[in-house]
Design a protein around this ligand. Sequence first.
Ligand code: SF4
Length: 348
Amino acid sequence: MSNVTALSLFSGGLDSILATRVVMKQGIDVTAVKFITPFFGYDILRDTFAYQDEIRTKYGIEVIVVDISDDYLQMLRSPSHGFGRYFNPCIDCKIFMLERARAMLEQYGASFLITGEVLGQRPMSQRRDTLNVIERDSATRSLLLRPLSAKLMKETEAELNGLIDRDQLLDFSGRGRSRQIALAKEFGITDFPAPAGGCILADPILSGRISLVYDGSFPVTQDTMSVVDIRLMLIGRQFLLPHGGWLILGRDEKENDQIEELQEAGDVKVLIEERPGPVALLRRAGKIYADEGARSRDLDYAMGLITRYAKKVDGKPFGGNVVIVDADDRKEIYREPLGDDVFKSWTI
Ligand code: SF4
């Protein structure tokens, strides 16, 4: 079995680690594929080599990192199987990733695909009928092996062709974790991530923000939502201003830096320099306003929010000189802080 190669969809969770190792144990050369979007795993892109090293050291797995952000956003605009409890399009997400992995098989000389799915583990996306839909719609029916539940499923091509020994595959099912933990121990794996978490689409706060986009009550629409918009949605305090503007305001130095990093042409930066305080972006201020009056009134509110959240003076919000950077134009204007009752309803 030594010349056989497989690709494993690798979330980094225990199930995907085990599924990969179960197949590797049969002498099969497995490359794990970690897909990245702004919703999951994006931080890995800051240092891909460090991530690969960590996975190799902890689990003995070779992983490649693939950024699928742009195409994933297209899918998210209209997932054909709908959303889960929040904004998580789990079925379409899995179909999408399997399609992408299937397209990589030839490049890696791989014969089949692996996932860590366990029959019946999740109420919607891991029921037997849903697993069948995922296989059908991603055109991976003969190619997809789920090693942790394989004995409870029909034989795949890899088993039928003798590429892998079905007897050494497993029959895990349901939500319990004890068999996974016992198997991890057998592999000498003790340090692994806690189950769930990690996908922002299943997070109630972010999904609330994204739902505004889908309702049409956000300055960014489904068609124009970009990877940068999504990343900005995850940072700091967020406000929808009375004249239609979207303001993102940093809560600490790290968030201020992220906001500055993500600023694009057309965004107006608002900040305070005379004492510690937030950096804010009035996003797409060059495009979304119907007239200059609306834009300058929202900018005025943004300045009042800057002084509200700047370092307090004698324990109270205090006025200050606010800097506005609009393309090449830079102004400094004094503003009093806004009262909390004024902006409470703008928070998203
Ligand atoms: S939780 Fe997120 S990453 Fe996982 S399947 Fe659902 S949408 Fe995809």
